[in-house]
Design a protein around this ligand. Sequence first.
Ligand SMILES: [Cu+2]
Length: 328
Amino acid sequence: MKKFSAMIATLFVLIMSGGAIGANSGENSFQLKCAACHSIGGGDQIGPDLMGVTKRRDPNWLSQWIIHPDKMLNEKDPIAMELLKKYNQVPMPNLGVTEAEARDLIDYIAAQSETQKKDSAVPAQQTTQEPPSAGVFFGGLKGVQLTALVVFFVLSTIVVFVFWQIAKSTRQPVPTIDMKSAYKLRKWFFFGTAVLVFGTLIATLPKTPYPDDFQTPDRLVYVAAKQFGFSFSSEPITSASDAGQSTIINSLELPQGALIEFRVTSLDVNHGFALYDADHSIIAQTQAMPGYTNRLRVRFPKPGTYQILCLEYCGLAHHLMHAAVTVR
Ligand SMILES: [Cu+2]
């Protein structure tokens, strides 16, 4: 009976916290920019647990830190230096947080800390929305992934076998070759390959997934990747300070079936930008490169949530670099 009521309570908390997603901008920003490294009451992750931090720290220090941690580390702020040492010298990155956003974030952290305290009967872990871990995506291989793996092993075996045979044959004396039939064979091999290659190209090129390149997209979304998150805007994002502006879209919602053009760049190192459907299959991807803007055109086939993951190892928290698009 006790177990049962605990289960109901947990379920209730999960439903409540699920329902609250998107309810306020502080929560959205936190999920987007902070949850990769921090929990509130779920224990230390890459950064410290933020439960009660609004009481622990001077409010002014707190907002300064959230807005530009890089500056405070450069200026050797004593608290910042102590934290840096404690958290394995991983510096918290500047996430382009505006003053207003910092206020929302601090309110959200304070409110969450209170809620956690009241709900302490329920294990705190279950009330925070943890980011999906890499295991969710790549843990259980099945379907296309499993097929790809099997094909890879079969092809590798063939390649290894062929090389082994060739290596073996070089140790035998060279047989005399009938040059006339060898040339004839070469000619047939050349034409055969040419027909095969051009045939395949003609048959498959029209099916390449670059939709409507001459059409104006229905919607432009500018994307800036930065260790360790993505910012979205309807205007170009060219610097970390742009990334903190009010044009930033906190939760990305896009219409189903419309032609969307993502213009993807990076503000620091190379990142990936890969869109995954509900089955965790990639539907489109491009690189996010500093100094370049890559265009990626997509039509989302179905409504639902599409995950965005970074596909380039970009640093310590790379595996936590993710975002989501809601398609309606
Ligand atoms: Cu990455």
